[in-house]
Design a protein around this ligand. Structure first.
Ligand code: HEM
Length: 190
């Protein structure tokens, strides 16, 4: 039977996603030797995350937080069903995917904020330079620890995120990565 395809991910969500993937890996891989590239990739991530959070309130149905942020109990129940191979299919993010989106956006925000603190307090550069320059080495050091922790924590979340995408694609016999490229999914739910 020919399945009807419908548009689920709008262009902003798709451009956001693949720009985020590219800028996250550039930022992650350049932190030691390419500080200028690292900082600009970080600014880009900050801008993308800010736009996506705004879009979560004003964007179309499947982009909205109200469509995919569910109570923790629902996410845990969904995870159990998913691991047992009987989770129901969602057109937008499922409850675990929704929790992961929030976790990723939060972890990225904390990585970016602590990066701005390190840059301002430690290097007297960036948008916080005037406020933080000369505030003492302790702030730069605390910022550094926090920045490193959340960058690595984000990477850990990304590994889980990609594993979730693969598992859900197999379970429902659909290619979720392709949907994040062309925006389309088959309409039948179940
Ligand atoms: C090559 C690696 C990646 C692949 C294949 C991938 C794939 C996907 C797919 C298929 C979705 C949609 C999930 C669904 O259908 O519910 C998604 C959503 C998402 N991914 Fe990834 N992803 C990757 C890497 C990343 C990275 C590195 C980040 C962040 C650092 C990230 C952050 C997100 C976010 C925030 C969403 C939600 C999109 C939105 O609603 O705006 N992904 N990803």
């Amino acid at each position: 039977m020919q399945q009807k395809m419908i548009r689920v991910w709008d262009p902003l969500v798709r451009i956001f996603h693949w720009s985020l993937v590219a800028s996250f890996f550039v930022a992650y891989l350049t932190e030691d030797d390419w500080m200028t590239v690292h900082v600009w990739a970080g600014y880009l991530i900050g801008g993308l995350v800010a736009i996506r959070i705004l879009w979560g309130f004003v964007g179309p149905r499947y982009a909205r937080f109200s469509d995919f942020v569910r109570p923790p109990g629902e996410a845990i129940a969904y995870l159990k069903d998913e691991l047992a191979g009987r989770a129901r299919r969602y057109l937008g993010h499922n409850p675990v995917g929704g929790a992961m989106v929030v976790a990723l956006l939060l972890s990225l925000s904390l990585t970016i904020s602590s990066g701005l603190i390190v840059y301002g307090a430690g290097e007297c550069s960036g948008p916080l330079a005037n406020t933080l320059c000369g505030s003492g080495g302790w702030l730069a050091e605390a910022g550094e620890e926090t920045h490193e922790f959340f960058a690595n924590f984000t990477l850990f979340l990304v590994v889980l995120h990609v594993a979730g995408v693969v598992l859900t694609s197999l379970l429902h016999q659909e290619n979720l990565v392709r949907s994040m490229i062309d925006g389309r999914k088959r309409s039948a739910v179940g």
